[in-house]
Design a binder for this molecule. Structure first.
Ligand code: PHE
Length: 348
């Protein structure tokens, strides 16, 4: 038995000495100490030994077991040392770490920049933020704005409908809002006139996508209700906004336009920033660009909001911040804004 133990010692000391990798050492360790390993199995044979023999063999076994374990450990350290040394000569270890690399600085999205500028302009005139939901009912988005079911104007604002039965709402009555005008009635019902609010953020449409149309778009809208508010306020506010964003020399022009929730309704044009009214490719030779929709709030809509149209009048005015950003920054395709393309975003 003693010879057997000593043979194991001899064999494995050599094997350990010659091992060159941590993997090899792991293998040797398993051969010796693993389940069914050489040193694991050996003590099973001790039961046949005489007590005298056992007194010699047992300590020898323990001593050699420890010796081999230590030898493996020592060799492990040696091998690791070798690995570190070889890595020191590798270039990448000496290169500066990521943390030392120059930090990249981000900035606000161009639409957010434009939206923030717009908010600041109207805040100066006492307008306050009013939030309306992105997912809304047919009632707030259409019905109460004089756009009943079957009204031809609905074609202008086709949208995506939500499977509403789950929520106990009649099918076809829950939708992604098509405009920020869905906040008009809510604002009227929650606040008492005189009131000046800004409603903004995402809107959604079921659109044929092209360079000027997106299914997900930003809108910014103001609702101003007081005694004696008139189209003159609309003209002034439109020009105030265009000049604040695009430059002092941009005039505004109101053109008759139909929206069911305003009367009269207006398309608001800004003097073309490229040709300043002379006529060019961008404005189609007219010298003007349509930038906003607006009008006097329809008396029925005021009533729906709980406001007496004989006492108060109001204006609503809405613009697309992305369209404005396209003009201001010379962006040719609206789809770039939400493309997540860093090369595009880094330019602004
Ligand atoms: N909500 C209209 C649209 O999305 C714009 C608008 C706002 C028109 C306010 C008039 C008054 O097209």
């Amino acid at each position: 038995m003693e010879d057997k133990i000593k043979n194991i010692q001899q064999d494995y000391k050599e094997k350990i000495d010659q091992a060159k990798s941590l993997k090899e050492l792991d293998g040797i360790f398993l051969e010796l100490f693993g389940k069914n390993g050489k040193l694991d199995q050996l003590p099973k044979e001790f039961k046949n030994l005489s007590p005298d023999k056992l007194r010699v063999v047992s300590p020898l076994f323990n001593q050699i077991k420890q010796e081999l374990e230590k030898a493996i450990q020592r060799k492990r350290e040696e091998v690791k040392e070798e690995i570190y040394k070889s890595l020191e000569n590798e270039k990448f270890v000496r290169q500066p770490g990521r943390l030392q690399a120059k930090k990249r600085q981000g900035h606000l999205h161009p639409t957010t920049q434009l939206l923030n500028e717009t908010i600041e302009l109207f805040s100066k005139l006492g307008f306050e933020r009013f939030d309306a939901p992105h997912i809304d009912t047919d009632e707030y988005n259409f019905e109460l704005l004089n756009i009943p079911e079957g009204h031809p104007a609905r074609d202008l604002w086709d949208t995506l409908y939500i499977d509403s039965e789950k929520y106990g709402i009649q099918p076809g009555k829950l939708l992604l809002r098509t405009h920020t005008s869905n906040g008009q009635i809510r604002a009227m019902r929650q606040l008492k006139p005189p009131m000046r609010v800004m409603i903004f953020d995402r809107c959604f449409r079921y659109e044929n996508l092209d360079a000027r149309h997106e299914h997900t778009l930003e809108q910014f809208e103001i609702v101003y209700i007081d005694k004696g508010v008139s189209m003159a306020n609309l003209q002034y506010l439109s020009e105030y906004f265009f000049q604040g964003i695009l430059g002092k020399d941009i005039k505004a022009r109101l053109r008759p336009k139909y929206y069911p929730f305003v009367e009269p309704g207006a398309g608001v044009d800004g003097l073309c920033i490229f040709c300043k009214g002379k006529g060019c490719n961008v404005c189609g030779g007219t010298g003007w660009l349509e930038l906003a929709g607006a009008g006097m709030i329809h008396p029925q809509v005021l009533k729906n909001g709980g406001i007496d149209p004989n006492e108060y009048s109001g204006i609503a005015w809405g613009v697309g911040p992305e369209r404005m950003a396209m003009l201001k920054y010379g962006v040719e395709d609206i789809r770039l804004f939400k493309s997540g393309d860093l090369k595009f975003l880094e330019k602004y």
